[in-house]
Design a protein around this ligand. Structure first.
Ligand code: AMP
Ligand code: TRP
Length: 327
């Protein structure tokens, strides 16, 4: 049976990169398999967070899942710290992971580079992510391209564990879209769009005001030619805009390129703003309508209870395999 698990960190305002690379897939795939979509707050605290802000953001991510179309009667939505088995399996797996393999993670290298003091959680972050995934006998992990290395590590840890202690874990596969798995920054289209980048103009938040994202799109870096064509290597800026346009409009890049023959970048950008205003407007409206905290908390409570039922079984299986006493 197919089972999906994925998570998003409540560490900033979600961008259209998060939406197109991950959450849109969550929505499309929820009909095909049993799905668990988590707000990974324990991962967010590997870097400093303002407590009040973190609490607000964690609920906000869940609210955004719903606003984007995740259906709580189909998928299980919950907050990671509400299911203590995540932290517990995280520890058990740390004892089956190696310093060398964690040190090779590019996300760790990026986030720790140039820092005088690096907390241990940032280093063991990928093991907690492996625990998230393995707790639910996950077969597929829908993510953006930047998470591929973490999922490979998860597979390595699980395979090694199975070899040492006997068949315990299901080996998960990454589910990364062929197209749109890496939305680039608007100001520097050779870099990934990130919710934590310094320049606000590099990204667009899902909940951003149309007047503001209009300015960002109109200022997006392109190139000195004037030909609309998809060529990620030589025309990363235009190609990124075409990718975003294609995904929001549900129209192929080929068809867009044909339609814009003889037109300029300004035309493409103006129309893209219109398409985005329409799509994001729908999500933003739904987000506002879902503003009832009690109802949201009820969904999260039910989600964590459902998640815990599966997670508990897995942790017991792991403890049994490792030789811990179960009463
Ligand atoms: P994060 O914001 O790091 O918690 O990421 C949440 C999900 O969004 C992960 O599956 C990421 O791979 C995905 N994601 C983040 N940024 C992008 C991007 N620029 N393009 C595509 N997917 C992304
Ligand atoms: N590391 C992921 C990110 O930064 C978030 C994450 C944590 C995750 N646990 C997960 C993603 C489990 C998929 C599955 O985007």
């Amino acid at each position: 049976m197919k089972r999906l698990f994925s998570g998003v960190q409540p560490s900033g305002n979600l961008t259209i990169g998060n939406y197109l690379g991950a959450i849109k897939q969550f929505v499309d795939l929820q009909h095909e398999a049993e799905a668990f979509y988590c707000v990974v707050d324990l991962h967010a605290i590997t870097v400093p967070q303002d407590p009040a802000e973190l609490r607000k953001r964690s609920r906000e991510i869940a609210q955004l899942y719903l606003a984007c179309g995740v259906d709580p009667s189909k998928a299980t939505i919950f907050i990671q710290s509400h299911v203590k088995e995540h932290a517990e399996l995280g520890w058990l797996l740390q004892c089956a992971s190696y310093m060398g393999e964690l040190g090779r993670m590019t996300q760790f290298k990026d986030k720790s580079e140039g820092k005088a003091a690096v907390n241990v959680g940032l280093y063991t972050y990928p093991v907690l992510m492996a625990a998230d995934i393995l707790l639910y006998d996950t077969t597929q992990v829908p993510v953006g391209d930047d998470q591929k290395q973490h999922i490979e590590l998860t597979r390595d840890i699980a395979e090694r564990f199975n070899k040492r202690y006997g068949d315990t874990f299901v080996i998960p596969d990454p589910q990364i879209q062929e197209f749109g798995a890496r939305i680039m920054a608007l100001d520097e289209p050779t870099k990934k769009m990130s919710k934590s980048a310094e320049n606000e103009g590099s990204r667009i938040a899902i909940l951003e005001d149309p007047a503001i994202f209009k300015k960002k799109i109109m200022r997006a870096v392109t190139d000195t030619e004037n030909e609309i064509r998809f060529d990620e290597e030589n025309k990363p800026g235009v190609s990124n805009l075409l990718t975003i346009y294609s995904m929001f409009a549900g129209e192929s890049v080929e068809s867009l390129v044909n339609r814009y023959q003889g037109k300029g970048y300004g035309d493409l950008k103006k129309d893209l703003v219109e398409v985005m205003t329409d799509k994001l407007g729908t999500i933003q409206k739904r987000f506002e309508e879902l503003n009832d905290v009690t109802e949201l908390d009820n969904i999260l409570r039910a989600g964590s209870e459902k998640a815990r039922a599966t997670a508990e079984k897995t942790v017991n299986r792991v403890k049994e395999a490792m030789g811990l006493v179960l009463l």
